[in-house]
Design a protein around this ligand. Structure first.
Ligand SMILES: N[C@@H](CCC(=O)N[C@@H](CS)C(=O)NCC(=O)O)C(=O)O
Length: 226
């Protein structure tokens, strides 16, 4: 059965959401076929019967799931014979720690990208994005994305724990990738799709880690326009 994912899009069809990328990698890891519908920020509330505030929204197994972590838990529960996403109960708890680290990193990585994301949206979505993000950042987008050398350095500094971890193991999950890898990889894929900052440049641990994920999930990561 093919799952269906509402996938956040830029005006030209490129799919940007880090959490949608994490969800798509989790589906691929479990061997679940999926199709996507390009969804603008301003349309999220109208799709899948309405009532959702964020993407990914995934229709699967006769139900609708509006959260990437919940989707991963569902896949783990229902696809027991496929590769694991969590490696057990302790792994679920530790993945929450990775998600928190990812949320922190997302905040740092987003600053130098904010204006480029805005510029990639259609006019109607730009109005929504500007007002919601300026409320979030408490500053105009032009100010948020000013001084990229300073904000990029701050984002790179926030990657330090990941760099240290990847000195001693090939994946965040250990010898094999787990959902924690997909949550963090989603951030680097988001940055790659937007294209404003090359966060993988010069990263001699993070770059090869992302490369190992590309070797396994190249078809998924390559579908940048769905
Ligand atoms: N915890 C949620 C977070 C999802 C999320 O924040 N999605 C963002 C896109 S990356 C979104 O839909 N934002 C809608 C908006 O800002 O209006 C998950 O993991 O699915």
């Amino acid at each position: 059965m093919t799952a269906h994912l509402y996938d956040l899009t830029l005006a030209d069809g490129r799919r940007l959401s880090p959490y949608c990328w994490a969800a798509k990698l989790a589906l691929a890891h479990k061997g679940v076929a999926f199709e996507t519908t390009a969804t603008r920020f301003v349309d999220i509330g109208k799709v899948a019967g309405g009532g959702f505030k964020t993407v990914p929204i995934v229709e699967i197994d006769g139900t609708t799931i509006g959260d990437s972590f919940e989707l991963a838990l569902h896949l783990e529960r229902t696809r027991v014979d496929s590769p694991t996403l969590f490696a057990g109960e302790g792994g679920v708890a530790l993945t929450r720690a990775a998600a928190a680290q990812g949320a922190y990193l997302l905040g740092k990585m987003s600053r130098p990208m904010a204006l480029a994301i805005h510029d990639g949206l259609d006019a109607e979505t730009q109005v929504y994005f500007r007002s919601s993000r300026e409320r979030m950042f408490k500053a105009p987008l032009e100010e948020v994305s000013a001084q990229p050398e300073v904000t990029i350095a701050a984002a790179r500094e926030a990657m330090t724990p990941l760099r240290i971890l990847l000195r001693s193991q090939p994946f965040i999950g250990g010898d094999e990738p787990l959902f924690a890898d997909f949550l963090i990889a989603g951030l680097f894929q988001w940055a790659r799709v937007v294209g404003a900052v090359d966060y993988l440049a010069g990263e001699d641990r993070i770059g090869p880690w992302f490369g190992r994920l590309e070797e396994r999930y190249g078809a998924t990561l390559g579908a940048t326009a769905g």
